[in-house]
Design a protein around this ligand. Structure first.
Ligand code: SPV
Ligand code: MG
Length: 539
């Protein structure tokens, strides 16, 4: 049932129904969860939660914004306390249109002058609207609604302003005639006598709502017996919030600690529940699959870096310091920035010198007589049955975080990052060149590109770029990866000298597809002293 149909049903049901006040999305949700069938969007409460007066100080569009939050998080109808309609008949028409757009089920307008004052502040001095003018406003509202079920309630303030029962009844007749769907009769007395007298005389020609704020001690059965349609508990969540906020604020101020209040307030998990945080986590699983499969990294850092001579006498090159920070710390910081916290570093040469916190370590103590595939095999053995995707990289390659981000976003089982520009550079020591299904081009931007072969001695004309040392392996292929590494390791030559390109080519030989992500620059392989100098300029 639509929200407008629900409110209409509450108004016309044979039972006494109840609305509870809400003043924002959170309180609206709390009203619904408590079991109420409808919400009173109270002008007093909404203005008070902003710390302003109930005198039209907040603009009507600000009210609309709150209503939108309230409506979005609830499935029960909202009846807006629309004050005097925020202007004349014309403002009223626009209000109705905007309320319908936000799925607000109805509006209650009161027959006072704009700007209104709360009925409990000097009510007797308040000016009523001329009857004919207010009837015009009701008609305008009814003509403006595009949904037949939208409800317009006319609120009579004659008792508040001291004009007595006959004036209230006269107005009731006129408002019913003008097309109101229901009436609200308001009274500031501490006893219900005024509203009961009205109801007795009115004889339910239209359903009548009441607001028992002042005559709160009246038993609800009386309202039922008198046939009122709706009782509105108009400001009680706002007042409850004030009571609790004052108590808690004073307590924390005095104690300067939280010990006395922690068990008196809801845990943050309850706030998360009310915000429906669980739905977002679920949606993220559906819409952000690759980014939200947890990812770990393995960084290969077992070699000394002989090219650095004395600099690496007592530490491996990944621990060379520049600008006060070891190279490895700079590299792992980039991984951390993209959310990869679980990083395993494979140590070998001078392993005790690699002692950064927050990293896991695997040691390849045979690093002198083995190739890097042995290091990788040792690390992969620990993660082969993992449900996390894996990024394999080097402990001496600096990168900008967007490069890792690109890898994280691919859904391919295997993916590598290739620098398309590096093919033009002077050859390095053992460059890992690649030939791919497509060179870097506009076409490769929207067509998947796959690795065909990786090696240091590819013919110049075939080279599409230089591998950056980054490989992504999805968790679903960790077990086959381990098997292939073991098979390679069984070959003595590979055990002694196997490098990552051998692994890539072995994967291709077994028909695995390795997606290629092209980049140009923004990474730095620290291979020689000259590279260390470039590190200072690496942004
Ligand atoms: C409100 O809740 O803002 C009302 C009811 O209009 S009363 O405050 O009693 O006027
Ligand atoms: Mg009000």
């Amino acid at each position: 049932m639509s929200k407008t149909q629900q409110l209409r049903q509450l108004l016309y049901s044979q039972n006494l129904e109840f609305l509870l006040e809400a003043h924002n999305g959170l309180s609206a949700k709390i009203v619904e969860e408590a079991g109420f069938k409808g919400i009173w969007a109270s002008g007093l409460s909404i203005s008070a939660q902003w710390g302003v007066r109930d005198s039209n100080e907040a603009s009507w569009t600000q009210i609309l914004e709150v209503l939108e939050f309230m409506s979005d998080v609830t499935n029960i109808p909202i009846l807006l306390d629309g004050d005097t309609g925020y202007g004349n008949f014309n403002n009223m028409r626009r209000l109705v249109k905007k309320l319908e757009q936000r799925d607000i089920a109805g509006v209650c307008i009161e027959d006072k002058q704009f700007p209104k004052t709360n009925s409990f502040i000097n009510g007797k001095t308040q000016l009523l609207a001329p009857i004919d003018e207010f009837c015009g406003k009701i008609k305008a509202a009814k003509d403006a609604q595009s949904n037949d079920d939208f409800v317009v309630i006319a609120r009579i303030e004659a008792l508040i302003a001291g004009w007595g029962l006959s004036e209230a009844l006269k107005r009731a007749e006129a408002y019913a005639e003008a097309g109101a769907d229901g009436l609200l009769i308001h009274s500031a007395l501490a006893i219900p006598d005024e509203v009961l007298a009205f109801q007795k005389a009115w004889q339910n020609q239209l359903p009548v709502a009441i607001v028992p704020t002042k005559y709160y001690a009246t038993p609800t059965t009386i309202f039922r017996e008198f046939g009122f349609a709706i009782a509105i508990w108009a400001n009680h969540l706002l007042r409850a919030a004030v009571t609790n906020m004052q108590t808690v604020a004073e307590r924390i101020y005095q104690d300067q600690n939280l010990l006395n209040i922690e068990d008196k307030i809801v845990p943050v998990s309850e706030v998360f529940r009310l915000q429906n945080a669980a739905e977002l986590l679920e949606a993220e699983r559906q819409y952000l699959p690759s980014r939200h499969t947890p990812v770990r990294a393995i960084l290969l850092a077992a070699s000394r870096g002989v090219e650095f001579g004395e600099l690496t006498a007592d530490k491996p090159k990944c621990m060379l310091t520049l600008q006060g920070q070891p190279l490895l710390a700079q590299i792992t910081a980039t991984y951390h920035k993209v959310g990869i916290k679980n990083i395993t570093v494979v140590r070998g040469y001078q392993k005790a010198a690699i002692n950064l916190p927050q990293l896991c370590y695997v040691d390849n103590d045979e690093y002198e007589g083995t190739g890097e595939l042995v290091s990788l095999l040792k690390a992969v053995a620990n993660v082969a049955s993992d449900s996390q995707n894996l990024i394999i990289g080097y402990g001496d390659v600096l990168l900008k975080q967007h490069i890792l981000q690109l890898l994280l976003e691919t859904s391919s089982d295997f993916a590598i990052v290739v620098d398309a520009k590096e093919r033009d550079r002077t050859p390095r020591i053992r460059p890992d060149y690649v030939r791919c299904s497509l060179p870097n081009s506009t076409q490769s931007f929207y067509t998947p590109v796959y690795l065909e072969v990786m090696g240091s001695t590819l013919p110049e004309s075939e080279i599409c770029g230089l591998w950056t040392g980054l490989l992504k392996v999805s968790h679903t292929v960790l077990a086959p990866l381990q098997t292939i590494l073991k098979t390679l390791d069984d070959c003595p030559e590979m055990h002694a000298q196997g490098r990552m390109p051998h692994l890539m080519n072995a994967l291709i030989a077994q028909n695995y597809k390795i997606e290629v992500i092209y980049i140009t620059g923004h990474w730095l392989d620290i291979d020689e002293i000259e590279d260390i100098l470039k590190m200072g300029k690496f942004p």
